[in-house]
Write a protein of this length. Structure first.
Length: 160
């Protein structure tokens, strides 16, 4: 999945790490002949990459970033009270992840742009990737809520 570069920092070994709009970090090493990224060794080269998309394999795997914490939870919904807005395609904002937690029953979670569909249950929550349009539909009787996650304040200060 393509995500924008929002910044750079050196890791403890002196390698450059890109911060992505999804909250993940990704090494961007220049180690010829295996990794060819000569742009990363200059301030100008890195500056030119800000805002540009790169592939984020952790988003492809629906992995929530490290150092994210829950900050808000919806009310509990059932098959009759699911807001219409959740049944239609919608997305979270940049850097905001969510977890759809089924309490009882099953829920169909669709991400049409990725051609992905998941059957959620109490044992199988749904991970919502930032800025990725999705919707849900009940499969019979269901109870669920959605919890939203963002970068922890301490981690946010370290990523500047």
């Amino acid at each position: 999945m393509r995500r924008s570069v929002t910044g750079f920092n050196l890791d403890e070994y002196g390698y450059w790490v890109a911060f992505l709009s999804c909250g993940h970090k990704q090494h961007v090493r220049h180690r010829p002949p295996f990794e060819e990224r000569p742009w990363v060794i200059s301030e100008t080269g890195r500056s030119e990459k800000l805002g540009k998309p790169v592939d984020c394999i952790r988003c492809d795997r629906f992995e929530m970033p490290d150092h994210f914490e829950g900050y808000r939870k919806t009310a509990e919904f059932n098959q009759r009270t699911i807001p219409e807005s959740l049944r239609r395609n919608h997305s979270t904002k940049s850097g905001i992840w969510a977890k759809i937690q089924v309490i009882e029953g099953k829920l169909n979670y669709r991400i049409d742009t990725l051609d992905a569909q998941f059957e959620l249950s109490p044992e199988q929550p749904g991970i919502v990737i930032p800025e990725t349009r999705h919707h849900v539909e009940p499969i019979g009787s269901v109870r669920f809520f959605v919890e939203f996650y963002k970068m922890a304040e301490k981690a946010s200060a370290n990523n500047r």
